[in-house]
Design a protein around this ligand. Structure first.
Ligand code: AMP
Ligand code: GLY
Length: 423
């Protein structure tokens, strides 16, 4: 098979790395990719929401399978585009239809879906500029902290958690006034759930599903989960507190009703579903759906799947996931993200990264890198995810930190406390 992975981050490098191992993978392409994917596949420069350019790339390279990494093309309907375009209809594209992708593209839609299918989530109401006053009144009925979410995609920045009631009212007005562009034309206000977060990843073919390893990511820039939100500074898998009892509840109360809900609503969904959860007491609640894999969670989840990834994705597209023999690596995985100094605010690109060739006991998944005059240089806020596997997560984390000692670039930054809350 000729396979194309869309995207350019650590998630996409991880997909490419796993796909490249398969005997069923003949030619592998990543678009646009990074310096890491260039070493194992052919990078193609294109924009992941330019469907015409993707069509050309698929036809020119006789692509049989497309794996969509990020949410934007899914929310914009890439799967529907393939279904409607002669010449692309036989291509096995992995990802939900536009209707399915709305579970991530609209927080309001996700809430309605959860309500319709009795899936546990925080109580909520949603408001527009016309109903700002009702929104403020609704805030008064809640207890602090207040959770305000832009309805649409806001590059991971659209959720505000505010302690003070008056500040929350002001923030609501600002959001509805266009703080996040059209993404905050509607704002979902949610009850605050107090607990510990984890993510569950599900692969579904629209009828059947497989639950992939759990993961926990560390979103804040600062040690001890402080400071600004980032795309993710590290992750571990499996999540130590996700025991059988909790996983049973998650499967029965959340995964099964979600997959059945998609099926009942006739939503075409052949792809990954990332369920963000908070465990309150002993009970799981959904805080969000993402219609793709997480980043950096992918960097710890996929390396733990031993089954040939091409076979897994073929079973997904062919709707026979139930017949797939799914084998996991019992070892734990941890990843630590090296980021550019200043990230998630302004940062510089183009710093030469040294030491890459000296690391052998961790896998370096490139996130924001490029090649410049033969050197690997930084090309983003998140630069490299250092993934390690070992018998438990503590050993895996330690291995990543040991290997990070060998890597350097100007203003390199990373969290030294990944996993701190689990000990
Ligand atoms: P989201 O983009 O929906 O994942 O929200 C971003 C972050 O906000 C989550 O990772 C949680 O830490 C937090 N969050 C979202 N919704 C809630 C909620 N209802 N209660 C508490 N924290 C939340
Ligand atoms: N790590 C969170 C995300 O991918 O959305």
């Amino acid at each position: 098979m000729n396979i194309l992975v869309l995207g350019s981050g650590g998630r996409e490098h991880t997909f490419a790395y796993q796909l490249a191992k398969s005997e069923r993978c003949k030619n592998l392409f990543v678009a646009p990719g990074n310096a890491g994917t260039a070493a194992i596949a052919t990078n193609i420069s294109l924009c992941v929401t330019d469907f015409k350019a993707i069509e050309q790339c698929v036809l020119n390279n006789a692509i049989d399978m497309v794996v969509v990494g990020p949410e934007d093309p899914l929310v914009q309907g890439i799967v529907d585009y393939f279904a409607a375009t002669p010449g692309l209809q036989k291509v096995q594209i992995i990802g939900p239809s536009k209707k399915g992708a709305l579970l991530e593209g609209s927080k309001q839609r996700a809430k309605e879906f959860m309500m319709a299918h009795n899936i546990p989530t925080a109580g909520y109401a949603s408001f527009t500029a016309q109903t700002l006053d009702q929104g403020k009144q609704f805030l008064e009925t809640l207890k602090a902290p207040y959770v305000l979410k832009a309805d649409g995609l806001a590059a991971g920045k659209g959720v505000l958690i505010i302690q003070d009631l008056n500040e929350a009212k002001l923030a609501l007005a600002e959001m509805l006034g266009g703080q996040f562009g059209t993404a905050s034309n509607r704002v979902v206000i949610e009850e605050f759930l107090d607990g510990i977060e984890l993510s569950v990843f599900v692969l579904t073919d629209g009828k059947n599903y497989k639950i992939l390893p759990t993961a926990k990511d560390y979103k804040r820039i600062g040690e001890g989960d402080t400071g600004l939100n980032t795309g993710g500074m590290g992750a571990i898998s499996p999540v130590p507190f996700a025991d059988d009892a909790l996983m049973q509840k998650i499967e029965q109360r959340i995964v099964i009703p979600t997959v059945e809900g998609l099926h009942k609503e006739k939503i075409d969904y052949k792809g990954f579903l990332f369920i963000g959860l908070i465990k309150v007491g002993d009970d799981p609640f959904v805080i969000e759906y993402n219609v793709r894999m997480g980043d950096p969670e992918t960097e710890v989840v996929l390396p733990r799947i031993k089954t040939d990834l091409v076979a897994v994705l073929e079973a997904t597209y062919g709707q026979h996931l139930h017949t797939l023999d799914f084998e996991l690596d019992p070892r734990a995985a941890a990843t630590v993200m090296l980021v550019s100094g200043g990230y998630p605010e302004a940062y510089e690109k183009g710093a030469i990264i040294s030491g890459i060739d000296t690391v052998s006991s961790s896998i370096l998944f490139h996130a924001g890198t490029a090649i410049n005059n033969g050197s690997v240089v930084t090309n983003g806020g998140r630069v490299i995810a250092v993934t390690s596997m070992d018998e438990d997560y503590k050993k895996a984390i330690k291995k990543s930190y040991q290997n990070i000692e060998k890597l350097s670039f100007n203003r390199m930054n990373y969290r030294t406390d990944i996993g701190f809350d689990l000990h």
